[in-house]
Every structure is written in C-alpha cells, then in structure tokens.
Design a protein around this ligand. Structure first.
Ligand code: HEM
Length: 212
C-alpha cells in the first residue's frame, strides 16, 4: 500500500470512528468478562490490573503518533492524537474506578488513607491528576484560552505522566520481584523519548554553524 493510499485512508471520514471502536474493544471485553465471570479466581484484581495495562498501552500508542507521523511521512496521523490521548484518560479513569469500587468498596476514607500509605498509589494518583488536567484542556476552547505556547508546555506533562506511570508499575511489581513487563515498557518509552531528544538536537543549529 503506497504512502498516499495510507494517507487517504487515514483521512477517510470513517477512520476516526473505526479507531474509536477498536480502542474501546479491550474495555468492552473486560466489562463482558467481568459480568460473565470470565476473569479467573480473583476478578477484581484481574480487572484492576488489566485496566492498568491498557492505560499504559494507550499511553505508549499516543507517544508513538509523532515518531510514526514524522518517520513514515503521514501527517494525517496527527488528527488521531487528541482521541488517543483521551483514551489514556479513559482507561486510567476506569482503572481508578475499578480500584475504588472493587478494592476499596467506595470507602473514601480508605481511598484517601491509601495514597500516603502505598508509594505506588501516590505516584499513580499524581499521574491520573495530570491526565485529568490534559484531558480537561484538550478541547479547542481550552487551547484558545491558554494560548498555543502555554498549551504546548502544559501538554509536555505527558512525559512526566509516562515516567510516573512507569514508576507506579515498577513499585507495584517490586513487591512481587517481577520486572519483565516493566522492563519492556521502560525500553519502549525510553526509545520514544530518545527519538524526541535526537530529533530536538538535530533541529537545533549546531554551535559551529551558528558562529559562522
Ligand atoms: C488514581 C490513580 C491510580 C491508582 C489508585 C492505581 C491503582 C493501582 C492498583 C491498586 C494496581 C494493582 C495492584 C495489585 O494488584 O497489586 C495498579 C496496577 C497498575 N496500574 Fe495503576 N493506579 C492508578 C493510576 C494508574 C495510571 C495513570 C496508570 C497508567 C497510565 C496505571 C497503570 C497501572 C499498571 C500498568 C498496573 C500493573 C498491572 C499489572 O500488574 O499488570 N495506573 N494500579
């Protein structure tokens, strides 16, 4: 398939609804599996963890948009970024809701007490609050109100969220001494950050040429 054909497909009016439905499928499956009692011996834990996994996968996908857009020469990919960003917020919020519901039984005193008690909950909460700020400012009206420069600065918080989410996952797994998956996500997120730094350095005029 040629690049032009991919670009046309990405601009097709059905492309966004299709991506929306596909990205909703993991949640739909988990909701069905919870109702149909298909989540194993500890469904609450399985649900919280799976939603956590999908939050992190959604975060990786949204951070992949710019490298793919630039390296594959597909500007149309940019039109999916807001929706993919809101899906990170959606999955992280469903993850949090499952924790508050099935782990904490909506006992808000317990929820608040758990934040300082478990460091991985503290950094998870910090990541979610930042996601909330990005979700709340992802609409055109917010961009106009903030101005493009301040909006862009605020939305660089996605890198802080990636770091916090990884730390959350690492600390959560530290208790089980099981770091394989954490290492995979760390490598992927590290590569995506390294690509951005490389691209930024390449865009900066070199000291030699700036002196000439
Ligand atoms: C309000 C904030 C959050 C709370 C209270 C929270 C809570 C939790 C809890 C209770 C677990 C499972 C612990 C266990 O089973 O031992 C967990 C795991 C996890 N969370 Fe969060 N989380 C939050 C935010 C996030 C965010 C923002 C992300 C990612 C963007 C995330 C990603 C994950 C991942 C990847 C796991 C591990 C799942 C696995 O074991 O496969 N969490 N979180």
């Amino acid at each position: 398939m040629s690049r032009a054909a991919v670009q046309r497909a990405l601009l097709h009016p059905l492309a966004k609804p299709l991506v929306f439905v596909v990205w909703l499928l993991p949640f739909a499956w988990l909701a069905w599996a919870a109702v149909a009692d298909r989540l194993g011996a500890n469904p609450a834990e399985a649900l919280i963890r799976s939603l956590g996994d999908w939050s992190l996968r959604a975060l990786v996908l949204v951070l992949l948009v710019t490298p793919l857009r630039v390296t594959l020469g597909l500007p149309a990919l940019a039109r999916f970024r807001r929706m993919l960003g809101l899906f990170v917020f959606f999955y992280a919020s469903m993850h949090w809701l499952a924790y508050v519901w099935f782990d904490m039984g909506f006992d808000w005193t317990e929820v608040l007490a758990d934040i300082p008690k478990r460091p991985f909950i503290l950094v998870g909460t910090a990541a979610w609050l930042l996601l909330l700020a990005l979700a709340a400012t992802s609409f055109n009206r917010a961009i106009r109100l903030l101005g493009a420069a301040r909006w862009q600065t605020l939305h660089r918080a996605v890198y802080v969220i990636a770091g916090l989410a990884l730390l959350h996952f690492f600390w959560m797994r530290a208790g089980k001494n099981d770091f394989n998956e954490v290492a995979v996500y760390a490598a992927i997120l590290g590569a995506l950050m390294a690509w951005r730094l490389w691209r930024r350095r390449r865009a900066q005029p070199s000291r030699v040429s700036s002196r000439i």
